[in-house]
Ligand binder design. Structure first.
Ligand SMILES: [Zn+2]
Length: 361
């Protein structure tokens, strides 16, 4: 995975894809001068809960200079990725956009990314410190945030970290990032290892958010089939949120292929949908083509709009009021369909989720 071939793949991916979750190069979401205009379905999308946010911990901010210059990465980390900011900025952004609650995803998994070459000998402590900071910050604002710890499902740390945080009522769930953790869903051993981590999260009744797009250049239906067959059953009744509508930000043939594969799986196994949601974090932007917007809306309808939740991937979304006010309405849904998405507030996003989580035992 640290081979020249992989590096070429990453370079290719970084050069053609519009947006990627933390830990991967991405272009800024500033609209190009020639951005196409699409009549908005509604003049503004107002969102009560943002289901995918980030704030780097001091431990990760200290780790980033080494990570960003690692030979395991290609190119510099984007400015939005390395910028230090705190909860005050995030809260001001949420207030300005009228968002009352958010789910913060710890970026601790960066400390154990295979893109960090050589591995930092202190990786497990950095990961734990990053999770501890994120949990502690979120709990300073009762009711305002749910918080997900971060792990790399391929490392030994994952299971002990899940066991540690599983009993903490301040923690909502676990965030897993397959691109950044270098997971290959086509490798049966890796898929089974990932399933084991989901099973551990489920045992602790921790919700799961997974950025499941891998580095495979032809990522898509094939990977989703493996995920649905080998990995997802391990989550049992635990809620699973698939980040970026099964992509990594942006709408492209790979993302549409993956989401269509979910639609197909859910048509034949409707029970799978019971605990499954897809977050709409940076899935389209100012430069998404009209054809891709229509294709995305079409496959979302096949799955059912009740399975999609609003999300930004802040800070990558840029200003939240602009993101939800100007970019979100570009997706050509009817006002009634938008109303469904805006009202989707799954149990794990609620402030009292810990009661369900810890009292079901
Ligand atoms: Zn993210």
């Amino acid at each position: 995975m640290r081979s020249g071939r992989l590096i070429a793949v990453i370079l290719l991916a970084a050069s053609v894809l519009p947006a990627v979750d933390p830990g991967f190069a991405r272009a800024p979401s500033t609209p190009p001068a020639s951005a196409p205009t699409v009549a908005a379905a509604g003049s503004q999308v107002s969102v009560a809960v943002d289901h995918h946010l980030h704030v780097h911990s001091p431990a990760i901010l200290a780790f980033l200079p080494g990570y960003c210059s690692s030979p395991g990465r290609i190119g510099k980390c984007p400015e939005a990725f390395t910028r230090a900011y705190g909860m005050a900025e995030l809260i001001a952004q949420m207030d300005n956009a009228g968002i009352r609650r958010g789910l913060i995803m710890s970026t601790a998994y960066l400390a154990e990314s295979p893109m960090m070459v050589p591995e930092n000998p202190d990786h497990a402590n950095i990961l734990h410190a990053a999770n501890a900071w994120t949990v502690a910050e979120a709990r300073k604002y009762p009711g305002r945030f749910g918080v997900y710890i971060g792990v790399n499902p391929m490392t030994d740390t994952a299971l002990s970290e899940i066991a540690y945080w599983g009993a903490d009522p301040n923690v909502t769930g676990v965030k897993i990032h397959l691109t950044n953790s270098g997971v290959d869903l086509r490798d049966p051993a890796q898929a089974h290892k990932l399933a084991k981590v989901l099973r551990a999260a489920a045992r602790s009744h921790l919700a799961i958010t997974i950025h499941m797009r891998t580095r495979a250049p032809d990522y898509g239906a094939r990977d989703v089939e493996s995920f649905v067959r080998v990995v997802l059953p391990a989550a049992g009744n635990t809620p699973v949120q698939i980040a970026h509508a099964a992509g990594w930000g942006g709408t492209d043939p790979q993302t549409l292929s993956a989401l269509a594969a979910f639609a197909k799986a859910l048509e034949t196994q409707p029970l799978l949908a019971e605990h499954l949601t897809f977050d709409l974090a940076e899935v389209w932007g100012a430069d998404t083509s009209d054809a891709n917007l229509v294709a995305m809306a079409t496959v979302m309808r096949r799955i059912g709009l009740s399975h999609f939740v609003p999300a930004s991937d802040y800070p990558f979304s840029g200003d939240l009021a602009r993101y939800y006010g100007a970019l979100y309405p570009r997706l050509p849904l009817t006002p009634a369909e938008w109303a469904v998405i805006q009202s989707n507030q799954p149990a794990y996003a609620q402030a009292d989720y810990y009661k369900q989580r810890l009292l079901v035992r």
